[in-house]
Design a protein around this ligand. Structure first.
Ligand SMILES: Nc1ncnc2c1ncn2[C@@H]1O[C@H](COP(=O)(O)OP(=O)(O)OP(=O)(O)O)[C@@H](O)[C@H]1O
Ligand SMILES: [Mg+2]
Length: 304
C-alpha cells in the first residue's frame, strides 16, 4: 500500500492532436485538501473528467485508492463524490426530492438526506423547489449531493465559481471542515491562488496542460523573492549614487528597489546615501504575494 489516494502516471489528453493535458503526475495524500490551480483553459476540468472516468486519457494511467481506474472503475467511483461545473437539478422538485432521486440510485439510507442537508446548512430550505434557489444555495446542494454516498474522496471543480464574496467564504469554510469531520480527501480546483491558499494544504499548479508545481503552500510561499524598497528625498541622485558605489538598484514608481535583501548590502546602501547627505525616509522589506508568485510561475511557462 502506498499513501496516495490519487496517483496519476503521465496522464495525457489530446483533442484532435492538440495536447491539453500533458504528462501530469498528481500525488494526493489521504486527508488532504489538494488545491488544483490553473488559469482558464489550463486543463483542470479535463484532468478532473479523467479522474472521474468521464473521459479516457490518451495515454498514462490513474490510480485511485491504490487501484487502477480503468480496471476497477465501478468499485472506485462508488467511493468518490463529485461536483463538476454547474450541477443540474429538477427545478420543480425540492432540495430534498432532488436528493431523494439520487439516494435511490446510490442506495443509501433515507436518514442520509437530512444529514447532508445539515452539513451544507440547507435544512431550512429542504422543502423549497430548487428553481427558487440562489446560485450559492445550488452549489451547496451540489456539495450535499456529492456527500450523499459517504465518499472517501471528493472531487470539486471550481465550486466557488460565480459566487459572491460571502458565498465564496461560506463554501470555503464548508470545504475546510470536511476532512476533519468526515475523514474525506478533497481535490478542489480554482483559478485563484488566494482562494486555494485559504483552504488547501497542498497545491498543484497546472499551466497549458503541464503540472508546473506540486508541493505544500509553504514551499510555494518560499518562492517569493523578498526585496527591499527604499524612499529618499532625492531618488534620482540616490539611484546614481548607489550604482556608482556598485550596489544593484532599480528606480521604480517613486521608490528604489534593492533586489538583494542581504543585511550588509542594505546597511551599505543606507550609509552610502547618508554619507552623500541624502535623507532616507523608509526602508522596508517587500515580498511577492502568492498571486504574484502564481503569475510569475505561469508566465515563465508561457515564455518556454
Ligand atoms: N471536448 C473537447 N474538445 C476539444 N477541446 C477541448 C475539449 N474539452 C476541453 N478542450 C480544450 O482543452 C483545454 C483545457 O480545457 P479545460 O476545460 O480542461 O480547462 P480548465 O483549466 O478547466 O479551464 P477553466 O478555468 O476555464 O474551467 C482548452 O483549450 C479547451 O478548449
Ligand atoms: Mg474548468
Amino acid at each position: 500500500m502506498n499513501e496516495f489516494v490519487i496517483q496519476t502516471n503521465n496522464v495525457t489528453k489530446r483533442f484532435k492532436g492538440r495536447k491539453v493535458v500533458n504528462g501530469v503526475n498528481l500525488e494526493i495524500k489521504k486527508g488532504e485538501i489538494y488545491g488544483f490551480l490553473g488559469p482558464n483553459g489550463a486543463g483542470k476540468t479535463t484532468t478532473i473528467r479523467m479522474l472521474l472516468g468521464l473521459m479516457k486519457p490518451t495515454y498514462g494511467s490513474i490510480r485511485i485508492f491504490n487501484q487502477d481506474l480503468k480496471k476497477n472503475k465501478m468499485s472506485i467511483l462508488k467511493k468518490v463524490g463529485s461536483l463538476v461545473e454547474s450541477p443540474s437539478y429538477y427545478g420543480h422538485l425540492t432540495a430534498k426530492e432532488n436528493l431523494e432521486a439520487l439516494r435511490k440510485i446510490l442506495n443509501v439510507p433515507k436518514t442520509r438526506i437530512s444529514e447532508v442537508l445539515e452539513i451544507v446548512r440547507l435544512t431550512n430550505e429542504a422543502n423549497r423547489p430548487v428553481k427558487g434557489f440562489s446560485l450559492g444555495m445550488k452549489q451547496r446542494l451540489g456539495i450535499a449531493a456529492s456527500l450523499l454516498g459517504n465518499p472517501e474522496l471528493l472531487i470539486l471543480d471550481e465550486p466557488t465559481n460565480g459566487l459572491d464574496p460571502s458565498g465564496i467564504q461560506e463554501m470555503r469554510e464548508l470545504i475546510k471542515s470536511l476532512p476533519e469531520k468526515y475523514g474525506v480527501t478533497i481535490i478542489v480546483s480554482s483559478h485563484l491562488l488566494s482562494e486555494i491558499d485559504q483552504m488547501a494544504t497542498q497545491v498543484g499548479i497546472i499551466s497549458k496542460g503541464s503540472l508546473i508545481f506540486q508541493d505544500s503552500i509553504e514551499v510555494l510561499r518560499q518562492r517569493a523573492n523578498p526585496y527591499i524598497k527604499m524612499s529618499t528625498d532625492d531618488n534620482e541622485v540616490a539611484f546614481k549614487t548607489l550604482l556608482t558605489n556598485g550596489i544593484q538598484v532599480q528606480h521604480q514608481d517613486g521608490h528604489l528597489l534593492l533586489e538583494q535583501p542581504d543585511k550588509r548590502i542594505v546597511a551599505q546602501a543606507v550609509s552610502t546615501l547618508v554619507h552623500e547627505r541624502i535623507s532616507v525616509y523608509r526602508v522596508e522589506e517587500q515580498k511577492m504575494s502568492l498571486e504574484e508568485i502564481f503569475l510569475e510561475l505561469t508566465k515563465e511557462e508561457e515564455s518556454l
